[in-house]
Design a protein around this ligand. Structure first.
Ligand SMILES: O=P(O)(O)OC[C@H]1O[C@@H](O)[C@H](O)[C@@H](O)[C@@H]1O
Length: 154
């Protein structure tokens, strides 16, 4: 398990060091996808626009959170920022320094991440809905264009 955690820490350090320029963008994406917005914002909004997408949002919230809870009970995983303080694999207080954000300061078990699971589900539902709307709109305009071109050639 230590090998897994230490590699996770390396990835976090790489992201925090080499992708600092994208920090605001990534934070924004993370906040937009936050599953706590499902009940107050996304469900009411999407249900007005499209009932199927709205219903998907609710299922994502319920099933996603339920699975996350079950997996957290089973895995009961460490969070990287406290694991680096507790592990013995870094000698002489040379534990890596991980930057924390308000959204990462949680105290419960960390694995799997409820935020990562929830926000990827939220983004999946929204992106697939937007893509299918775009495809339908394109098909419709192609049919209209075809009808017009056929009509003008007669
Ligand atoms: O398990 P994590 O990644 O610390 O996430 C904790 C919580 O993070 C919040 O941002 C989400 O709205 C919650 O749904 C989630 O449970």
């Amino acid at each position: 398990m230590d090998l897994l955690h230490s590699n996770g820490v390396l990835i976090i350090q790489h992201l925090q060091r080499d992708y600092r320029a994208y920090q605001d963008f990534l934070n924004f994406m993370s906040h937009v996808g936050d599953p706590r917005n499902i009940f107050s914002i996304y469900f009411p909004l999407w249900f007005q626009l499209n009932q199927v997408v709205g219903t998907k949002m609710i299922w994502v919230a319920v099933i996603g959170d339920w699975f996350n809870l079950i997996f957290k009970w089973i895995l009961f995983g460490h969070r990287p920022y406290w694991w680096v303080q507790e592990t013995m694999i870094y000698p002489n207080q040379s534990s890596p320094c991980l930057e924390q954000f308000p959204i990462t300061c949680e105290t419960g078990p960390g694995s799997p991440s409820g935020h990562a699971m929830g926000s990827s589900c939220v983004w999946y539902v929204m992106v697939t809905a937007a893509l299918s709307y775009t495809v339908r709109w394109k098909d419709k305009s192609a049919v209209t264009l075809h009808r017009h071109s056929c009509g003008s050639s007669i």
